[in-house]
Design a protein around this ligand. Structure first.
Ligand code: ATP
Length: 357
C-alpha cells in the first residue's frame, strides 16, 4: 500500500467551505483504490491564524508541509487583516518561497462553454497552460524594496537560474501537450525582462522541436481575449502571471472554475486560483469546483496509477456534471449551494464509472 501524506490547510473565508467539498470527493475516489491511500493531516495558516498567534504561517505548519507528499490549500488572507505597513498577510505566497515552488501552473480550460463571457465557436478549444514564475520577479520586492520617507522602489529580480528552470519546465510541458510555448514579457521596456527573453532563447535552443512565440504582456492580454484557442503553454514572470491567470479564469467562466498548482523539485501545493472571497464566505454559495479540480491536479501529480486514473475520472465527471445539468452555483448564474454542486459531481462520477464498466 502506498500511503501519500497530504497536509491540508483550509485557511480563511471560503477556504474551509470548499476544502470540505474537495475532501468529500477525494474520499469517494479513494474508496475504489486498493494500492494507494491518502493520509490527511489538518494545519492552521492564514489571516485568522495571524490574528490568533501573530504568525500567518506557524513553523509547525511549515514543517508539516515540508514533510508531506503534497499540500492541499483552501484560500488565505482577508482584506481586513494586514501587516503594520498595510500589506495583506499572504502565507500562500510565503509557502511558495519557503518550499521553492517556482512553477505556478494555471490551467485555463473551458469546462463549461456557457460560462464564458466570450461568444464564439472557437472557444470550444481553449486549453492553455499558463505557467507563472512564483519565487522571484516583481514579487521579489516582498523581500527587497528600497524605501525612504518620500519614495519606495520595488525590485524585480530575474535570475538566470530561476528563469532557466522555469523555461525548462515550460518546454517539457509543451512537449507533452501541443508543442508551442509563448513567452510573455515586457522586453521592450524593462532591462530585467530583456534578460528574461535572452535566457528564454538560450533554453529554447535545447528544444528545437518546440515552436516559440514572444508577446509583450499588454499584447498578451489582448490576444488571450481575441484568440485564446491559439495558445498552448504560456510562460511569464510572477506579477504578469498573477494578472493573466485572473484574465484566463475570467475567459473560462470565473474564479470558481480555475484550479492551480505551485510545483517545485520536491514539493507541491494545490489550491484554487481564487482568494478567500470574504463577500460570500459563510453563505454556503461558493463554487467548490476550482478546489475540487485542484485536488484532481494533486492526484495526477502524485503519479500513482490509481491516483492518476482517479484524476482522469474526476475531470470526466466535472465535464459530465456541467454538460448534463443546468444547475449551477450563483457565480455561474444558478441557485445551487456549495454542497449541492459537489453532489452533482459525485453523481456524475457514478455515471462515468458505470459507463467505463
Ligand atoms: P486574492 O487576491 O486573494 O487572490 P481576490 O481579491 O482576487 O483574492 P477573490 O477572493 O478571488 O478575490 O474573489 C474575487 C471575486 O470572485 C469575489 O467577488 C468572489 O466572491 C468571487 N469568487 C472567488 N472565488 C469564488 C468561488 N469559489 N465561488 C464563487 N465566487 C467566487
Amino acid at each position: 500500500m502506498h500511503v501519500f501524506r497530504i497536509a491540508v490547510l483550509p485557511g480563511d473565508g471560503i477556504g474551509p467551505e470548499v476544502m470540505g467539498e474537495a475532501v468529500r470527493v477525494l474520499q469517494r475516489l479513494e474508496g475504489d483504490w486498493t494500492e494507494a491511500k491518502l493520509e490527511l493531516s489538518y494545519h492552521e495558516a492564514g489571516a485568522a491564524t495571524y490574528q490568533k498567534c501573530g504568525q500567518p504561517l506557524p513553523p509547525e505548519t511549515l514543517e508539516a508541509c515540508r514533510q508531506a507528499d503534497a499540500v492541499l490549500l483552501g484560500a488565505m488572507g482577508l482584506p481586513s487583516v494586514r501587516w503594520p505597513d498595510g500589506r495583506e498577510v499572504t502565507p500562500q505566497v510565503d509557502l511558495r518561497e519557503e518550499l521553492d515552488l517556482y512553477c505556478g501552473l494555471r490551467p485555463v480550460r473551458l469546462w463549461d462553454p456557457a460560462a464564458s463571457p466570450l461568444r464564439s465557436e472557437r472557444l470550444k478549444s481553449i486549453d492553455i497552460l499558463l505557467i507563472r514564475e512564483s519565487t522571484e520577479g516583481l514579487f521579489w520586492a516582498r523581500r527587497e524594496s528600497q524605501r525612504c520617507a518620500e519614495e519606495v522602489r520595488d525590485v524585480m529580480r530575474i535570475s538566470r537560474t530561476g528563469s532557466e528552470r522555469l523555461f525548462h519546465a515550460a518546454f517539457l510541458w509543451a512537449r507533452r501537450r501541443c508543442g508551442r510555448v509563448t513567452l510573455v514579457d515586457k522586453a521592450n521596456v524593462l532591462p530585467a525582462m530583456a534578460f528574461f527573453r535572452q535566457v528564454f532563447f538560450d533554453v529554447a535552443q535545447q528544444y528545437p522541436d518546440v515552436e516559440t512565440e514572444c508577446l509583450y504582456v499588454d499584447a498578451a492580454a489582448l490576444h488571450m481575449v481575441l484568440r485564446p484557442e491559439s495558445f498552448d503553454v504560456m510562460v511569464t514572470e510572477n506579477m504578469f502571471g498573477d494578472i493573466l491567470s485572473d484574465l484566463g479564469a475570467a475567459l473560462v467562466g470565473g474564479m470558481g472554475l480555475a484550479p492551480s498548482a505551485d510545483v517545485g523539485e520536491r514539493h507541491a501545493v494545490f489550491q484554487p486560483a481564487h482568494g478567500s472571497a470574504p463577500d460570500i464566505a459563510g453563505k454556503q454559495i461558493a463554487n467548490p469546483l476550482a478546489m475540487i479540480l485542484s485536488a484532481g491536479m494533486m492526484l495526477t501529480w502524485l503519479g500513482h496509477p490509481e491516483t492518476v486514473a482517479a484524476a482522469q475520472r474526476l475531470e470526466q465527471a466535472v465535464r459530465h456534471a456541467l454538460a448534463h445539468s443546468a444547475e449551477r452555483t450563483p457565480d455561474l448564474g444558478g441557485r445551487l449551494r456549495t454542497t449541492q454542486m459537489t453532489d452533482l459531481v459525485l453523481r456524475a462520477l457514478d455515471t462515468v464509472e458505470s459507463q467505463a464498466g
